[in-house]
Design a protein around this ligand. Structure first.
Ligand code: PRP
Length: 171
């Protein structure tokens, strides 16, 4: 059951627009590739790429660490990896939410081995609870409450991804 709306659709729309501008300003030259982490980032990616005012490419990877449970298992399984050629390119990993940091830490290791020109992270939501980051997210949409959040791509056992806002679940 939903508890309350934490970020409404208009607040998200405005902030995603700002993030797109920030990203466009940051990457003044070179080839840019956004890599979205499925499935959670799919709506954020779709909105974000339309707000980045410079040419770029995009791809997705899938790395699951939660399964259907509400607790992180601490393990990261790569389910889909198209191995886009990112050597010599600016790579921006796009996440919906950073919780323990386990998923991103693993993804950063994997992408560093592919020798990009640069590697940065953009996350819509950051719970600020992760103890150690291999790479701190450079672009953050919102600091998020330490609650179970759903909507705008985020799920609980595959439900709620379609909601146009982000809401907390009753514990
Ligand atoms: C969720 C979320 C992040 C990750 C964050 O993904 O989308 O990718 O967990 O948690 P962490 O910082 O503790 O690693 P999930 O594994 O639930 O898959 P999904 O994107 O398909 O929902």
């Amino acid at each position: 059951m939903l508890e309350e709306i934490v970020f409404d659709a208009e607040t998200i729309r405005q902030r995603v627009g700002e993030l797109g501008q920030e990203i466009g300003d940051y990457y003044s030259r070179g080839e840019l590739v956004l890599v979205g982490l499925l499935k959670g980032s799919f709506i954020f990616m779709a909105d974000l790429v339309r707000c980045i005012p410079r040419p770029h490419k995009l791809d997705f990877v899938a790395a699951a660490s939660y399964g259907s449970s509400k607790e992180s298992s601490g393990r990261v399984r790569l389910l889909y990896d198209p191995e886009t050629d990112v050597a010599g390119k600016h790579v921006l990993l796009v996440e919906d939410i950073v919780d323990s940091g386990t998923t991103l830490n693993r993804l950063v290791q994997i992408f560093r081995e592919r020798k990009p020109e640069s590697l940065e992270i953009c996350t819509l939501l950051h719970k600020r609870v992760a103890r150690a980051f291999v790479l701190e997210p450079r672009f953050v949409g919102f600091d998020a409450p330490v609650k179970f959040l759903v909507g705008y791509g985020l799920d609980c056992a595959e439900e709620f991804r379609h909601l146009p806002y982000i809401a907390s679940l009753k514990e």
